[in-house]
Write a protein that binds this ligand. Structure first.
Ligand code: HEM
Length: 375
């Protein structure tokens, strides 16, 4: 009898402590997912945490709902959208110039070498989001804001949709409030300027540190933002300089051999996942890869080789929460680089053309239709 009672008490106590642990976990995860504005990151003049509260209060839910559907069809588009946002911000600032098609003035940013591997399907997604948002609210939300929100949602949704997690407990990457109020550029950069502004995969840590410093991004921002490579893919020519003719000694040998199988020649059109441990999960495994000398680009691996960045890589590899925290700070800083606000730029009616051009093309279409009907 006495033994039975103490067994029951013990079971009861174990259950209570398990419940306490679960509640604790729940509150930590919930706290992580709260979209409180990061007051510790300065806001650029003209942007605000509640910009569309009156003009388009549902903008964020429209975008997230649509992206859930899009990523269910093709999870790779999450990585593609995150990269487009980065390529937008680093060339002329986050003003959607990368979305513009070329025009009579010359080829657009998408024609520049580093942008040839941006995925066309992702540009279509951004324009579809724009159509949905404008249908609901009118032409009030900029393409650059839609892209910044879509990049944030890519980080949040990618894990959940790749692992088909139903629970809100494990939504994946960090959720965060995005400063809004960007306006869209009237012009794009030339392919050459675009090339000069995007860091190449063969850059070493010194070059990256200097490049990021020029944009007011510090060493921690550099290491945290490079963590974007925890998802997505790369084409062989982006890293085969580390395999042929000589193998990069900082690369793990069996990893190099596997890469050689994926890329039998330097110019092979095959692709390789960026993070071999968890390719479609937004987590800190990218840093674990670097510690095991399994980083894909020189620009990744050198962050572990260089003394100035190695400690940060190690700290993110052992503490995912720390990585998430710094990634969010880096994204908010990067997302505010050289933005257009107030009366600068415009709100595009079509993300791939400036308003006058889209107006002209509608006009031209009209004239053409009229001409055809007269024939
Ligand atoms: C630090 C300098 C960086 C360099 C040198 C770099 C370079 C590259 C290269 C070469 C690729 C592969 C392109 C291809 O071959 O298809 C790539 C892919 C990617 N990059 Fe970066 N990147 C950098 C920073 C960033 C940042 C800051 C982010 C976002 C926060 C980012 C997000 C991505 C993503 C998500 C992909 C995969 C895209 C896809 O799957 O379509 N990168 N990057």
């Amino acid at each position: 009898m006495g033994k039975d009672l103490s067994k029951r008490v013990l079971t009861f106590l174990i259950l209570i402590s398990l419940l306490a642990v679960a509640m604790n976990l729940l509150s930590t995860v919930e706290a992580q997912n709260k979209k409180k504005p990061r007051r510790d990151v300065p806001l650029v003049k003209g942007l605000s945490w509640s910009f569309y509260q009156k003009a388009c209060p549902k903008v964020e839910s429209i975008i997230r709902k649509e992206l859930k559907k899009v990523f269910k069809r093709d999870i790779g588009l999450a990585a593609a959208i995150l990269r487009i946002h980065f390529h937008d911000c680093f060339v002329q600032g986050c003003e959607a110039s990368v979305l513009l098609d070329g025009s009579a003035s010359g080829p657009g940013e998408q024609s520049s070498i580093p942008n040839l591997t941006l995925r066309q399907a992702a540009f279509v997604v951004i324009n579809n989001l724009r159509a949905l948002v404008h249908k609901q609210c009118g032409q009030v939300v900029s393409c650059s804001d839609i892209l910044a929100l879509a990049a944030r949602d890519s980080v949040v949704l990618v894990t959940k949709l790749s692992l088909s997690l139903q629970s809100n407990l494990f939504s994946g990457g960090p959720d965060y409030a995005v400063p809004l109020g960007r306006r869209d550029a009237l012009a794009f950069a030339s392919p050459n300027t675009t090339l000069n502004n995007l860091p190449p995969p063969f850059a070493n840590a010194s070059q990256l540190i200097a490049d990021f410093a020029n944009r007011n991004l510090n060493i921690t921002d550099l290491v945290a933002l490079s963590g974007g490579h925890t998802i997505g893919i790369a084409h062989c020519p982006s890293f085969t300089d580390r395999l042929y003719p000589n193998q990069d000694p900082t690369m793990n040998k069996s990893f190099a051999n596997n890469l050689k199988r994926t890329c039998p020649t330097a110019n092979s059109s095959n692709t390789q996942v960026n993070d071999i441990r968890s390719p479609d999960v937004f987590d800190n495994k990218y840093y674990v890869d670097l510690m095991n000398r399994q980083g894909l680009f020189t620009s990744d691996q050198d962050l572990f080789t260089d003394k100035r960045t190695r400690g940060i890589v190690e700290s993110f590899a052992i503490d995912q929460k720390l990585f998430f925290d710094h990634f969010v700070v880096g994204m908010i800083k990067m997302g505010q680089m050289s933005v257009l606000t107030g009366s600068q730029g415009e709100i595009r009616a079509n993300c791939s053309a400036r308003n006058t051009e889209s107006f002209m093309s509608v006009l031209e279409e009209g004239i053409l239709e009229e001409a055809l009907s007269m024939m």
